[in-house]
Ligand binder design. Structure first.
Ligand code: HOZ
Length: 426
């Protein structure tokens, strides 16, 4: 038995499926999850001492690579002065000022501890602000595991074929309207059907939880116009895309301004930090300024915020996002070329430091096209790559992530290994 197998057996005795977040269990791809013991730059090591080039990157936060010296030092220094106070600190102001500077759509921002908390809070705020009950989301988009949002959701919910969760009462699910991603006429029809009842439209402006799906030209602009016309709040869930695809998120990349934005992942640099923010008139409804309640003992935790600030500072190096995008594109172009040479129906797409891999002839534009990809072939390819020391997300329905620490050598080695794996799954 390997050490990974031993740990997996032991974990399952006290933790459901041996994991604390479903996709990690490898159930979709089969086999034994790797128990990680160390990360450095683009690499992680498992409990058996095997090194992998890591394209999961903690599901997005590790944008400057693992154990980046500035982040580690910021955490160490901050921890020496106390781990948590449940009181205001100057670091929180620095984080808020950084976020407001980088995302001009934020006039006020509040820190929380995860992306899930950020989206749950943003929904309550949108409902409190508009006085309306319903929310509109898109099929295959995942916004954390809040009740209203686990309806036709992506990520683990999709990976395990349960896009709508048990335990969400029909009275709550009934207030969630779901329409296909990139389908503006469906959004228009939903507004026609429930005029004055839809509080908000929440969208991953580049979807990353059903694999990567880009917004079609005009889609985000159309959402902005429809929300304006119907008095609904437009929420960009930039938990994954925020500071991952562009220095100013998808909103900076596209010039489309949401009313509220949710953030997580990169802003914590590997520590638990989330945030939601937006227009002052909406944010002033939050307690204690207004009647919408939201709170958290660990919100704005100083050690976590220190890690996030150090990571965000590193992303402000000149040319950071251009280099990250170029490296990610080199990877996806290389993989697509290798598959073509081996005659495998495969394509790939990249937006900034985020990428999608599809065992399909064309890049999918919606949930239905994602579902038509060859999942079995992905699973075989995933395991071949794992054997060669390359760690991709253990699901055909997750985006991948490149960090600034991935160098030309890692990208070239990945493409060479992938070509061998494509030959084997042909
Ligand atoms: N839902 C996360 C990816 N979209 C996975 C989180 C995790 O397992 O850590």
């Amino acid at each position: 038995m390997t050490r990974n197998e031993e740990l997996f057996a032991r974990a399952q005795r006290t933790i459901p499926a041996g994991v604390n977040s479903p996709v990690r269990a490898f159930r979709s791809v089969g086999g034994t999850p790797r128990f990680l013991v160390r990360g450095q730059g683009p690499f992680v090591w498992d409990a058996d001492g095997t090194r992998y080039v890591d394209y999961v990157g903690s599901w997005g936060p590790a944008i400057v690579g693992h154990a980046h010296p500035a982040s580690v030092e910021a955490v160490r220094a901050r921890a020496l002065d106390g781990l948590s106070f449940g009181a205001p600190t100057e670091l929180e102001i620095e984080m808020a000022e950084t976020l407001v500077r980088r995302l001009p759509s934020l006039e006020l921002v509040r820190l929380v501890s995860s992306g899930t908390e950020a989206t749950m809070s943003a929904l309550r705020l949108a409902r409190g602000y508009t006085g309306r009950p319903k929310i509109l989301k898109f099929e295959g988009c995942y916004h954390g595991h809040g009740d209203s949002l686990l309806v036709k959701a992506g990520s683990g919910a999709l990976t395990f074929g349960q896009p709508s969760s048990a335990g969400v009462p029909p009275s709550i699910a009934g207030d969630t309207v779901v329409v296909p991603y990139n389908d503006l006429p469906a959004v228009e029809a939903a507004f026609r059907e429930a005029p004055d009842a839809i509080a908000c439209v929440i969208v991953e402006p580049v979807a990353g939880n059903m694999n990567l799906v880009r917004p079609a030209p005009g889609f985000l602009e159309g959402l902005r116009a429809l929300c304006d016309r119907h008095g609904a709040v437009l929420i960009f869930d930039e938990v994954m895309t925020g500071f991952r695809v562009h220095a100013r998120g998808v909103q900076g990349m596209t010039g489309i301004t949401p009313d509220l934005t949710t953030l997580g992942k990169v802003i914590g640099g590997g520590m638990p930090v989330g945030a939601f923010g937006g227009r002052r008139a909406i944010m002033e409804k939050i307690a204690p300024l207004g009647p919408v309640y939201q709170a958290g003992t660990l919100s704005g935790n100083p050690v976590a915020v220190a890690a996030g600030l150090a990571t965000l500072a590193a992303t402000e190096a000149p040319g950071f996002y251009e280099a990250l995008a170029a490296r990610t594109k080199a990877l996806t172009d290389g993989l697509a070329g290798a598959a073509k040479r081996q005659g495998v129906a495969f394509c790939a797409d990249a937006v900034g430091g985020m990428f999608g891999l599809y065992f399909a002839a064309r890049v999918p534009g919606d949930f239905a096209a994602i579902m038509a990809c060859d999942k079995e072939r992905f699973n075989r390819w995933f395991h071949l790559m794992l054997e060669e020391g390359f760690l991709f997300a253990p699901s055909a329905y997750e985006a991948g992530f490149v960090s600034a620490a991935h160098g030309d050598a890692e990208i070239a080695a990945t493409i060479a290994a992938a070509e061998r794996a494509f030959a084997d799954v042909r």
